[in-house]
Design a protein around this ligand. Structure first.
Ligand code: PMP
Length: 362
């Protein structure tokens, strides 16, 4: 599509063009019904087919075990920071949290309003930065904890877990907002995961919660329906009007993942993309400084610095004018960041790497 730029925004971010094109068609006439997808009732049989199909396809694409339920919420991943402990941190109980940066920290703060939180591991360094994630053996569960929570990919710090702690009987719950569907995972390790759609799954407006039946059984009954995992599961997320269009888009994006050859193929491309950028930084460490420890490098959010902040500003300004948008690091940490979610093509990253090489040479 002409005029489209290379979009390295951290989220909302680029979506696969075939999904956008299909959506454009469906806005005016959804599959020959004569009304648009946004205009279709969430109780209509046409929407029900979409809805059931999205759940089935997402479960298939991710490789979920049969005892996992997929729920759809509004409110972003941030709402889940609170809803999770409201459901699963019982009065008098405690929960273990791993602190790996901004979003993990917000999840901790939200849980502390509900009950007792143990921060069982942190990767904060002396300067207050998070240049790595803790290794599995640094993360010990507290006996009797209701669950352990961690953030698999730290969108701002540019770090990602590549190995998981052994939590024994304590259910592991993961904020996968910025890396869901980026790689093959053994889902038997996670009792629950949640992710705002707006990075790897679709547009902003819907959050996917994936939860095991055994964890659902532990959820309290007293919460209002829209905050209650058990009630939401009983109503199949249709207790009120769900975000129908974002859910439809999640279906188109997962369809695109299947068309690429599934998660395995997408992961291969993601590793190639990240490898190009990190390879450049490792080749020219005097110019490109990659602050994240190698074992913790993210496949999704690649962060780096240049020799001076002035050069960083210059690069961002020039790159934006030349069609590479979204490269500014998060305001809390500065520097540069390329968010290279699933929809970013290998070609886009090749062009960025080429551009960075030329900038450095100049
Ligand atoms: N967790 C992570 C890892 C994130 O990257 C973000 C958003 N960038 C959030 C949670 C918060 O998501 P939302 O804005 O959907 O509430």
């Amino acid at each position: 599509m002409s005029g489209r730029k290379w979009n390295f925004n951290p989220g909302p971010s680029g979506l696969p063009e075939p999904a956008l094109e299909k959506a454009r068609e469906s806005l005016l006439d959804f599959d020959g019904t004569g009304i648009g997808i946004m205009e279709t009732s969430h109780r209509a049989k046409e929407f029900d087919a979409v809805f059931q199909g999205v759940k089935e396809r997402l479960a298939r694409v991710l490789g979920l075990p049969a005892d996992r339920k997929i729920l759809f919420f509004g409110g972003g991943a941030s709402l889940q920071f609170s809803v999770l402990p409201m459901n699963l941190l019982p009065a008098g109980g405690q929960a273990d949290y791993v602190d790996t940066g901004t979003w993990a920290g917000k999840a901790i703060k939200a849980a502390e309003l509900v009950g007792k939180v143990n921060v069982v591991a942190t990767s904060k360094d002396d300067e207050g930065k998070f240049p790595r994630v803790p290794s599995p053996d640094e993360i010990k569960t507290t006996g009797g904890a209701a669950y352990m929570h961690l953030c698999s990919n730290n969108t701002i710090a540019g770090t990602q877990f590549h190995a998981w702690p052994d939590t024994g009987d304590v259910p592991l719950i993961v904020d996968m907002s910025s890396d869901i569907a980026c790689r093959e995972l053994d889902w038997s390790k996670f009792d629950m995961a949640y992710a705002g759609a707006q990075k790897n799954l679709g547009p902003a407006g819907v959050t996917v919660v994936i939860i095991s039946d055994r964890l659902l059984d532990r959820c309290g009954d007293s919460l209002p329906m829209l905050l209650n995992y058990k009630a939401m599961a009983a109503k199949d997320s249709l207790g009120n009007t769900p975000p129908t269009f974002p859910i439809y888009m999640v279906g188109l994006v997962t369809q695109w993942i299947e068309d690429q050859g599934g998660i395995r193929a997408v992961e291969k491309t993601n590793r190639a993309k990240a490898g190009l950028l990190y390879g450049l930084f490792d080749d020219k460490p005097d110019y490109f400084r990659a602050p994240v420890e190698k074992a913790s490098r993210s496949l999704m959010n690649v962060v780096w610095r240049l020799p001076t902040e002035d050069l960083e500003k210059q690069l961002i300004a020039e790159a934006t004018a030349d069609g590479f948008v979204g490269l500014k690091g998060h305001r809390s940490v500065g520097g540069l960041r390329a968010s290279i979610y699933n929809a970013m093509s290998l070609q886009g990253v090749e062009q960025l790497v080429d551009y960075l090489k030329k900038f450095a040479a100049r």
